[in-house]
Design a protein around this ligand. Structure first.
Ligand SMILES: [Zn+2]
Ligand SMILES: [Zn+2]
Length: 261
């Protein structure tokens, strides 16, 4: 069964394609479930809202996803969600996404995390020293029980540093927290889409990072392939197909239903 639980839309100009365009692409590719996870606006983050829609747009986004779910009921399962960071000050806001907006799940995309009183961006970390703090912020998020899936936890693989003990420490904290929470670990196809590049630890795709995934086979941690598509053409492209092949070679069978019972 084909499914994707990590989908962006053209809101805020971050991606291309309307909600309807992605549903059409999902139907064309034989998907049985499609989860929408556009970047969620966070209160008080106006300066950092680089890739997220404005707060005023959130109700319109949810309404558009609900409309698609109604139109295609019985044809495909449409799930309503957002990709979002966790910080303790946003806990009430995130809880209201369930109570007021009835999201089906929350996708943790911990692009930003708190480090010594300010917000650090994992995609621009200069060295590995911050990574254990990044990992602990993911653990704190998962302990709230608000998140059912963790997007690209190995996003730091795109940075130009070699894998070291900080990376190993961060990986172990994250994988232990995922196992403890019962959340799903995402294999992010958007990293595959960026192609093999030269890194200090050898040629590889930026992420998923092979060292991050070393302990996953046999761990019992549920895994999903996330298209992380920013264009309807990428909903089921070569990067997604290749992701399934790589996981199969690793002996990992991605989940076929979500959220997990
Ligand atoms: Zn993301
Ligand atoms: Zn994403």
């Amino acid at each position: 069964m084909r499914a994707n639980y990590h989908t962006h839309t053209r809101r805020r100009g971050h991606a291309g394609g309307t909600e309807a365009d992605y549903v059409q692409a999902a139907l064309d590719n034989g998907l049985t479930a499609l989860g929408f996870t556009d970047h969620c606006p966070l209160p008080g983050w106006e300066g950092l809202n680089c890739f997220r829609m404005d707060s005023a747009e959130l109700p319109l986004y949810f309404a558009a996803v609900e409309e698609e779910a109604r139109k295609h009921a019985g044809e495909i399962t449409i799930l309503k969600s957002v990709e979002v960071e966790y910080m303790p000050q946003y806990r009430d806001f995130l809880e209201r996404l369930y109570t007021d907006w009835h999201v089906d799940y929350l996708l943790l995309g911990q692009h930003f995390f708190e480090y010594h009183g300010s917000k650090a961006f994992v995609s621009s970390t200069q060295d590995t020293e911050l990574l254990p703090a990044y990992a602990r912020s993911i653990r704190e998020a998962l302990r709230t029980g608000l998140f059912q899936m963790v997007a690209h936890p190995d996003l730091f693989g795109m940075r130009p540093y070699a894998w070291d003990r900080n990376c190993t420490m961060a990986r172990d904290i994250i994988l232990d927290a995922i196992a403890e929470s019962g959340a799903v670990l995402e294999w992010n196809a958007n990293g595959m889409r960026r192609g093999v590049q030269d890194f200090p630890d050898g040629p590889r795709v930026p992420y998923p990072h092979p060292r991050f995934w070393d302990p996953v086979p046999g761990s019992g941690i549920p895994v999903a392939v996330g298209a992380d598509c920013h264009d309807p053409k990428c909903l089921w492209d070569d990067a997604v197909v290749q992701s399934y092949h790589v996981l199969q070679d690793m002996g990992i069978e991605p989940i076929s239903t979500f959220p997990l019972p």
